[in-house]
Design a protein around this ligand. Structure first.
Ligand code: FES
Ligand code: FES
Length: 156
């Protein structure tokens, strides 16, 4: 089968891979790099469970073809830990009870991280609007919003 070479940075490490031309970034992350934090739920861009940050922008990795990320800087949920410590968003999600089954959680956190990276003091309305692109079937969203507010307070 024809493959194509692609190089990018992931969680501060350089990688070069031979991938199928139509391989999605989600497949590459989960199956080749064993970064299984990004989840496949809908597989068609609707739920956000597969969200990762590419060049500062939260993208649905099920909709991105891996050859398209040549030269990109990618962060996944696995890259948020610093010196063995969880990211404030990860801590706040646990403290506020914003995780139930956890299937949406890494996508939610990556979407929220991209928001906090560009706006350290988001309003509640901005948080609600931002995470509304991600589907959670368990929590009712209230605790997720509280967790993002809490993390924003801690990271200011
Ligand atoms: S699995 Fe990618 S958006 Fe749902
Ligand atoms: S915690 Fe279960 S889908 Fe969000």
């Amino acid at each position: 089968m024809k493959t194509t070479k692609v190089s990018f940075q992931i969680n501060n490490e350089n990688v070069t891979l031979e991938v199928r031309p139509y391989e999605t970034l989600l497949e590459t992350l989960r199956e080749r790099l064993v970064l299984t934090g990004a989840k496949e739920a809908c597989g068609m861009g609707a739920c956000g469970a597969c969200t990762v940050i590419v060049n500062g922008i939260p993208l649905r990795s099920c909709l991105v073809l891996t050859p398209e990320v040549e030269g990109a800087d990618i962060t996944t949920i696995e890259g948020l830990r610093q010196n063995g410590n969880l990211h404030p968003l990860q801590e706040a999600f646990m403290e506020k009870g914003a995780v139930q089954c956890g299937f949406c959680t890494s996508g939610m956190i990556m979407t929220a991280k991209a928001l906090l990276d560009r706006n350290k003091k988001p309003t509640k309305k901005e948080i609600v609007r931002t995470i509304s692109s991600n589907i959670c079937r368990c929590t009712g969203y209230k605790k997720i919003v509280e967790a993002v507010e809490e993390a924003a307070r801690k990271t200011r």
